[in-house]
Design a protein around this ligand. Structure first.
Ligand SMILES: Cc1cc2nc3c(=O)[nH]c(=O)nc-3n(C[C@H](O)[C@H](O)[C@H](O)COP(=O)(O)OP(=O)(O)OC[C@H]3O[C@@H](n4cnc5c(N)ncnc54)[C@H](O)[C@@H]3O)c2cc1C
Length: 423
C-alpha cells in the first residue's frame, strides 16, 4: 500500500487529491494537508473586495467533502520537508512519511520586495487571498466615504496580471454604482512592458482591447513601472524605457491602492537543493516530477516556469486554472503508473483560458499553448464573459464538493467558448 500526501488544498491540491483517490482506489492512502480548514476559490476574491460576494459564498469546509471520497484531511501547515527521508513535519507536531509527495502550495506573496507594500506594512491592499480581499473591502468602504486617487496594478516581478485588470474594472463599476467615481482619479501601474502583455507577450489583440477598455473608463496607465516604495499614501514609481533606463520617476498620491505582488515559493521549501529554484519554486520535468527527488511531484503556482522573454521590469509567466488542471491530471496518471511499476508518460499541455470580469461585461482570452508561437490566440469581450465567470465559480465549487474528476476546462469552457474543435 502506498501513501500519497498532497500539500495545499487550493485549486491544484483539492483537484489532485480527488484525482489521485479516483486513480488509486481504496488500496492506497491519499492524505491532504492544508494550513486552512476551508477551500477558497481564489478567482472570486476581487468580488469580495467590492461586496459582490461574501466569504461563505466562495469557500467550503474541506474535511466533510474529501472524507466522503476516502481522503484523509489534516488541517496543519507544512513546516519542514526532508526529501531524502521522505518525511514531512507539520505545525501540529506530527511527522508523516510518504511514498509520493505532491506539492500544490501556491505562492508566498513577496510584498517585502517593495518597501512599505502589502497589507501587513499597511501600504497597499491585495486580493491574493480571501482574508486580504476582506481587508481590501474595508479600504474600499473608506475610499467611498473619503474619495481620493486610486492605484491598481502589479509590482515588479509579478506574474499574475489578469486579476489586476479585473479588479480595476470592477472597482470602476462599483465606484460608479456608488456615484463617487467622478471624485476618484484611477491609475493602472504595471510592470508589464505594455497594456495587455499579461506575462504572456500578449494574447491576440489583448493590447488594443485592454487599452481601449481602460481609456473608456478614464483609467490612466503607466507601463514598465518599477514600483520602488510606498509610504503614507504616496507610491514612488520609476518608469523605465525599453533599455531599462529610468525615463521618469512618479510620485503618485493615493487613498486606495491594490497592487499584486511578485510571488515566490513558500518558506519550508526554500533552499532545498535540487528541489527548488533560487526563488523557492519547485522544479519539475515534463511529467510534473522533480528531477532530483523523483517521488515528489508538483502542480500549480508553486512550480518553476522560467520567464519566456526579458522585459525592462521583470515579469513572470502566469499559472492559470486550465494548465493547473492539466498538470494535476498528468501527475495523477504518472503516480499511478509509478506505483504499478511503470515509468511516467503523461505530460501536461500548458494552455491558458482566462475570464476577466468587468462588472457587467468581461473579456476572455485563450492561448494554446500558453507560450508563443501559438495555434490559438483568441481574445473576446462581451456580457457573456461576466455570466460565464459566475457559472464557472458555481460549477467549480460544486466540483470540489462532489469530487467530480471530469476536466472542467476541457469539458465546459472550450465547448462554451465554441473553440473545442480548433486543435
Ligand atoms: C486574485 C486572483 C484571481 C485569479 N483568477 C484566476 C482566474 O480567473 N482564472 C484562472 O485560471 N486563474 C486565476 N488565478 C490564478 C490561479 O488559478 C490561482 O492563483 C489558483 O488559486 C492557483 O491554485 P494553486 O492550487 O496553485 O494555489 P492556491 O490556490 O494558492 O492554493 C495553495 C494552497 O496551499 C495552502 N498552503 C500554503 N502554504 C502551506 C503550508 N505551508 N502548509 C499547508 N498548506 C499550505 C494555501 O493555504 C492554499 O490553500 C487567479 C489568481 C489570483 C491571485
Amino acid at each position: 500500500m502506498a501513501t500519497v500526501i498532497v500539500i495545499g488544498a487550493g485549486l491544484g491540491g483539492m483537484s489532485a487529491a480527488y484525482e489521485l483517490k479516483a486513480e488509486l482506489g481504496k488500496q492506497h492512502d491519499v492524505i491532504l494537508v492544508n494550513d486552512k480548514p476551508d477551500f477558497e476559490f481564489t478567482p472570486s476574491n476581487p468580488w469580495i473586495a467590492v461586496q459582490w460576494r461574501e466569504r461563505k459564498e466562495i469557500s467550503i469546509p474541506i474535511e466533510p467533502y474529501v472524507k466522503k471520497k476516502g481522503i484523509q484531511f489534516v488541517h496543519a501547515a507544512l513546516t519542514k520537508l526532508e526529501p531524502t527521508e521522505r518525511q514531512i513535519s507539520l505545525s501540529d507536531g506530527q511527522t508523516l512519511r510518504y511514498d509520493f509527495l505532491v506539492l500544490c502550495t501556491g505562492p508566498a506573496l513577496a510584498f517585502e520586495e517593495v518597501t512599505g507594500a502589502g497589507p501587513d506594512a499597511g501600504g497597499t491592499t491585495s486580493v491574493c487571498t480571501l482574508s486580504h480581499a476582506e481587508e481590501c473591502r474595508h479600504n474600499v468602504t473608506e475610499l467611498i466615504e473619503h474619495p481620493g486617487p486610486v492605484i491598481v496594478g502589479a509590482m515588479p516581478g509579478a506574474s499574475c496580471f489578469g486579476p489586476a485588470y479585473e479588479y480595476a474594472f470592477i472597482l470602476d463599476r462599483h465606484l460608479r454604482d456608488k456615484k463617487v467615481r467622478k471624485h476618484i482619479p484611477m491609475t493602472f501601474v504595471t510592470s508589464e512592458p505594455y497594456i495587455g502583455h499579461l506575462g504572456l507577450n500578449g494574447v491576440g489583440d489583448s493590447k488594443g482591447m485592454l487599452e481601449s477598455e481602460l481609456r473608456m473608463r478614464d483609467i490612466h496607465w503607466i507601463c514598465n513601472a518599477r514600483t520602488v516604495g510606498v509610504k503614507e499614501g504616496m507610491m514612488i514609481v520609476e518608469e523605465l524605457d525599453e533599455d531599462g533606463n529610468i525615463k521618469r520617476t512618479h510620485q503618485l498620491p493615493y487613498h486606495h491602492a491594490m497592487m499584486l505582488p511578485a510571488f515566490k515559493g513558500i518558506a519550508p521549501l526554500r533552499g532545498i537543493e535540487g528541489l527548488v529554484n533560487p526563488r523557492g519554486f519547485v522544479i519539475v520535468d515534463e511529467f510534473q516530477r522533480n528531477p532530483v527527488f523523483n517521488e515528489i511531484y508538483s502542480a500549480g503556482v508553486c512550480i518553476a516556469i522560467p520567464p519566456q522573454h526579458k522585459t525592462p521590469v521583470p515579469t513572470g509567466v502566469p499559472k492559470t486554472g486550465y494548465m493547473i488542471e492539466a498538470m494535476v491530471r498528468a501527475l495523477s496518471h504518472n503516480i499511478k503508473a509509478e506505483i504499478n511499476g511503470t515509468p511516467p508518460t503523461c505530460k501536461a499541455v500548458w494552455n491558458a483560458i482566462c475570464l476577466a470580469d468587468m462588472g457587467d461585461t468581461g473579456a476572455a482570452f485563450v492561448a494554446m499553448p500558453q507560450i508563443p508561437p501559438r495555434n490559438v490566440a483568441w481574445f473576446k469581450k462581451g456580457k457573456w464573459v461576466h455570466l460565464a465567470k459566475i457559472a464557472f465559480e458555481k460549477y467549480f465549487l460544486h466540483k470540489m464538493q462532489v469530487g467530480d474528476t471530469e476536466p472542467l476546462y476541457e469539458k465546459l469552457m472550450l465547448k462554451y467558448l465554441g473553440i473545442d474543435k480548433i486543435e
